[in-house]
Design a protein around this ligand. Sequence first.
Ligand code: SF4
Ligand code: SF4
Length: 427
Amino acid sequence: MRKIGHVVTRPGRTLGDAPVDIPVPQELETVPGIPQNSKDVSFYSREYPLQRQQVEHAADTEWAHSVGTDEMQEYHHQHTGVMEPFYPLMNRSGDLEPTGMPTGEDVTELIKNKARELGYLDVGITAHDRRYVYEDRRNHVKYPHAICLALEQDYVGMQSAPSMSAEHGHYGTYEIQAPMGLQMVDYIRSLGYHGQVHGPSNHSAATIPMFVQAGLGQLGANGQLLTPHAGPRCRLQIITTDAPVTYDHPVDYGFHAFCQICQVCVNRCPGRALSAEKVWWRGVEKNKLAYKRCRPVMIRYEGCAVCMKVCPINRYGAKAVMEHYLETGEVLGKGTPNLEGYTLHPEQSGQYVVGYFGPGELPVFDAKFFDIPKGTRENAALNELVKAVETEDAASKPPEADEALLKFRDRLRDIVHGEAVSDSTMF
Ligand code: SF4
Ligand code: SF4
């Protein structure tokens, strides 16, 4: 039996459940939250501000429409139809005036109880750290405190990822979360304060750093927030507010060190997009995901999410995983088909590998598989022009070349003069 370093006590899964004690093995203790160099975080934020995925990777979002399976395309339209009415309501929520009279008293417990009553799995509060705000959302965020809300995604569907069932769990959670966030804002306004909801999809900042700061989990090797009850199987949302609240603190759940021993997601990723070693990136020590190796898999194979599905903390919860490690020194479920196996279903082109992959087996893709449009909308427009120039016959100077140039100019005009970037991250 290994030695317990400390015990973390968290509220139970649902309101009214007894608190849960999670023993953290001494050998897995590192720091509360994540190792970071605050000066570097500030430097990168100032000199290289974060961009929303919808901005930084708009080219592959446009491309994704043409390669998702028919079923994904259909589901995309259906999900977009559900979400569209919520985006303007969420985006304007911070402009609404309070409806109640403020007492000036700390409302932390009222807000946390309300969140749990509505069905959020966990809630924590911290400062809204402007260093993580996306460049094009800097004027959008109005209030200084961040209420971090984690909503659990369907358990059963996720265990079959990649699958449409898992995707329904993923985006279905967004469809529940959007109105729940608006209800939270209404409640905060009834207490006499402002509230502004950010996410799902239309986030204003990178959410995970603030969730870690609020003690709701630690960053996993799969690039996702590992929460104690559901591991990475949570969808995140932040409400900023000017209500008087008390901040939570980062917690060491042992995940930062545990990931280096576990490595299941790293070994099972079909795109080999996850790294075994930690690096320092923008002032934080983490396992850095290679986006360009993940995105082609995610788009073609029903959202992929193998890295979420195979995480033992998603499957068994942190308490069971840590207790098993204390007793055996092993990772619960590692090496078993139940945890590690997955099936890649047919993708749209019919060119790439499908079938079941058990522990130790991985699909193989050629370089063409990973060659997808990259960068912003401006990059995508320029690449179209480059392609047209490459294929033209320079000697004959065909009119198509001018057409491509005019199309490029018109596209830039649309982008520069206000065609809004989508709020959705789906396709
Ligand atoms: S979504 Fe799939 S391809 Fe992307 S990191 Fe996770 S396992 Fe790898
Ligand atoms: S699968 Fe293992 S290595 Fe990956 S995030 Fe989960 S605990 Fe960490």
